[in-house]
Design a protein around this ligand. Structure first.
Ligand code: SAH
Length: 491
């Protein structure tokens, strides 16, 4: 982080804005909104000052700037839009030990101005550390659209009720939980529709009920959440909400760091990962741990790669929860088959190629595959194999031995949807060799079927291709192109 984000109280404090043009006017406006007293030092004030020139907290000085004036200021804005003059003001401010902002020169600044989304008292400040103010403004525009104007009122409501809640609930989990209940439930809805008085009555009732029943009655619950194949942009809103609500998180190897960063910082993280051969924590034990943590009254997040109910053993975990009477929620995720399909440009069904798609696991018993070959060898279908990398040689060999065309296209997608996604395309006959040569380690998914040939047409991501340069979201993916290493025989 290049800058420390803080919110400064400048109410009634003196701030100097040096300059009378557009940039100076914009800075002055923002500082006035925060309640400071401003002196604008400039020969003339431009038209841009029209709305604020008469403000009671703004005074205009035509006197040359003195070192004393600078030393007495809480902050200085050098906004003459003349690099030399602004640099001289910066030097004066630094000599006086006063923090200075130089317009359009982030490297010369002690502090920079974020893009601000104002839902007073709720304020969101966005900064790109000076790297791209336009990007910061674009993000601000998006937030403008998603954060209702009434959130300011909601924040004010909470501010008004804070003291009485703090007086009755102990800090930490009890208070946090109470406020989350308020903010995510009908009380917040009342505030957002303008019924503040009714909302406060409801809040008082909820507070009374809790203090009567005692805080110890707080009930834990478990969220079994599908986190998708890796790209955090593929989370559902619900997954994100529960991820941020959890007190403790159980995660495994398929969970990307980018996803874990979304967990609350004070939440406990427990790794229960499994490598194919070395079982860190048996399934039963994970289930028992979920039950124990929930019984402690905690909100437990079980984060699963992909979808929890697709080869995720989510069913077994919630069986244990159900038996123990622990409340739980299951949130679906994008399974790695659809993630791979979209990000590798291989549709799983297609009018001319596949009218069905089968998901199987290639995780054989005792190193041997036990599959329903009659079904798998049907024409016009796509077969997607999870956990098949270790037995890839046996798998492709069996397909051929049982009558499949050795030239049937097949692909392996490693680290699908992540920045290090790799795609190996071949046929049943040569896929294993190509995968070995590419040193694919997984997690990887195998796609078998003629749909794989469509990748040539639909692979929007081939680095340097016209489509990837043009940007956009052809496959419903983020605009930022993945760094896809191509080891692609057929393209
Ligand atoms: N519930 C998960 C699957 C868990 S089984 C889901 O819905 O995706 C684990 C297997 O999933 C891995 O062996 C691999 O075949 C596949 N897998 C998971 N994440 C993947 C990824 N990012 N890229 C490719 N395959 C992945």
């Amino acid at each position: 982080m290049d800058h420390l984000p803080i919110f400064l109280d400048v109410r009634d404090r003196p701030v100097l804005v040096v300059g009378g043009g557009t940039v100076a006017a914009r800075k002055a406006e923002m500082v006035l909104r925060a309640g400071a007293r401003i002196t604008v030092v400039a020969e003339e004030l431009s038209e841009d000052f029209r709305g604020i020139a008469d403000h009671e907290r703004l005074s205009h000085s035509r006197q040359p700037l003195t070192a004393e004036a600078i030393a007495g200021a809480a902050l200085v804005y050098a906004a003459n839009e003349d690099p030399e003059i602004d640099a001289a003001i910066r030097d004066l401010a630094r000599d006086a030990g006063v923090l200075v902002n130089v317009a359009d020169a982030p490297l010369n600044c002690d502090f920079i101005m974020p893009a601000v989304l104002d839902r007073d008292p709720l304020v969101i400040a966005i900064s790109s550390s000076g790297a791209s103010p336009i990007l910061a403004r674009m993000i601000k525009a998006r937030l403008e659209a998603t954060i209702p104007a009434a959130y300011g009122r909601l924040a004010a409501f909470v501010g008004r009720c804070r003291d009485k809640v703090s007086a009755r609930l102990s800090p930490g989990a009890p208070r946090r939980r109470f406020w989350e209940g308020v903010l995510e439930g009908p009380i917040a809805d009342l505030v957002l529709t303008g019924a503040d008085a009714e909302a406060e009555t409801e809040l008082d009732a909820a507070l009374a009920a809790i203090t009567k029943g005692g805080e110890a009655t707080a009930r834990g619950e478990v969220y079994l959440v599908g986190a998708g194949p890796g790209d955090p942009d593929l989370l559902t809103f619900k997954a994100l909400r529960l991820i941020q609500r959890a007190d403790v998180v159980l995660y495994d190897r398929l969970i990307d760091d980018g996803l874990l960063n979304l967990v609350r910082r004070d939440a406990e993280r427990i790794y229960v990962g499994k490598m194919a051969k070395d079982h860190t924590m048996p399934q039963q034990e994970i289930g028992r741990l979920l039950v124990r943590l929930a019984r402690e009254g905690r909100r437990v997040l079980r984060l699963k790669g992909g979808d929890p109910f697709i080869f995720g053993r989510g069913g077994e975990e919630i069986e244990q929860l159900a038996r123990a009477g622990i409340p739980f929620q299951v949130v679906p995720g994008i399974t790695s088959a659809t993630g791979s399909s979209a990000y590798a440009g291989i549709p799983l069904t297609h009018r001319d190629h596949a009218h069905a798609c089968i998901f199987i696991t290639g995780h054989g018993k005792d190193g041997r595959l036990d599959l329903d070959w009659k079904t798998l060898l049907q024409p016009f279908q796509t077969v997607v194999v999870y956990m098949g990398l270790l037995l890839l040689k046996e798998l492709t060999g069996e397909f051929i031995a049982r009558g499949a065309d050795p030239t049937l296209p097949a692909a392996v997608i490693e680290n699908a949807t992540r920045r290090n996604q790799r795609v190996v395309v071949g046929t049943l006959a040569d896929l294993y060799d190509k995968v070995t040569e590419a040193d694919i380690k997984g997690p990887a998914l195998i796609i078998i079927g003629t749909v794989v040939t469509l990748r040539g047409k639909l692979n929007w991501y081939t680095p340097g291709s016209a489509a990837s340069a043009a940007g956009g979201a052809l496959h419903g993916v983020s605009v930022d192109p993945l760094d896809v290493a191509e080891i692609d025989g057929s393209d």
